[in-house]
Design a protein around this ligand. Sequence first.
Ligand SMILES: [Zn+2]
Length: 323
Amino acid sequence: MDNSTANTNVSRVARINPNMVAPQMSPTSTENQNKTAEVQKPQTVKSPYERSGVDATVSGKRNDESSITGGAYQPVLITEVCDLPSKGLLYSSLGPTLELRAMTTIEERMRLSGENFWSTMTAILNRCKVGTDYDMSNLTDFDFFAALVKLRIISYGNNYKTQAKCLKCGKEQIINVNLDEVRCSTLEDDFVEPFEIGPLPMSGDVLTCRFLRLYDHISISNEVNSWLKKHPNDTMNNPEYTLTMEKMLVTVNGIKLNDMQKRHYVENMIGADSTMFHDKIDNMFYGIHRLGTCKCEEKDCGATVLYQIAPSDSFFRATPLNN
Ligand SMILES: [Zn+2]
């Protein structure tokens, strides 16, 4: 199985802003008629990237003009379709693609003021999804990251700048990544969840597991935060590691466990069983390949430099030219 050559350069469909209708003002006087004529004048709207001299190719579908509808300014609407790495196979009512609109200042404000990365970005995705009521907190983390990359491309352009250090010569370098060309692995068409892990080497147990969802990450980060408040000096027992395993575990030897039983089982797994669990999970990689490599830019070095695509603060920023 090699699905790793698919990329995120997905089909793009133009979408008409549903609010782009003629102004609703009723021309009761000549003055009003003149005003109406004025606002109806076609406006040439430069993309924010053209205006700011930013190298950002926004190739998605968009209406070409902003408009004024019923007195309210209607900005240019850019939407694109994101191919989900899961192909939608894991969801009750979501197809293989997700249409998203660009983030606006309101979502940027949410992002900057949000305290929990997972819940904030879930709320933003729920605002930016187009044409579906499906709750984005049900997305797996790998579909979530693909959606974030798409949101970044349509909101800030596809040029992502990141930093990396050559481990051979120590040279710090700036790497420009075209987010439209990052590699992405997709789920096999016959993939079924929950999936099986085992028999485990020590206990012989056979587990069934599922992928983490955004609601799991939100729950885990809330639990970890409240634990950290209660145990500010305990550096040994942070529950994040086992919470993650608990959330993924569905059955043991065909028996469905409740939350308490899962916790007990996970915390008491023998080392080799736990290692096999993690190895299997790590090998089931789907979605966008976050790690990339390039040649060191230092003359005569020639080493391979590893860089990472991470949804940090600088991820949701346009990349200026000449940098
Ligand atoms: Zn080097």
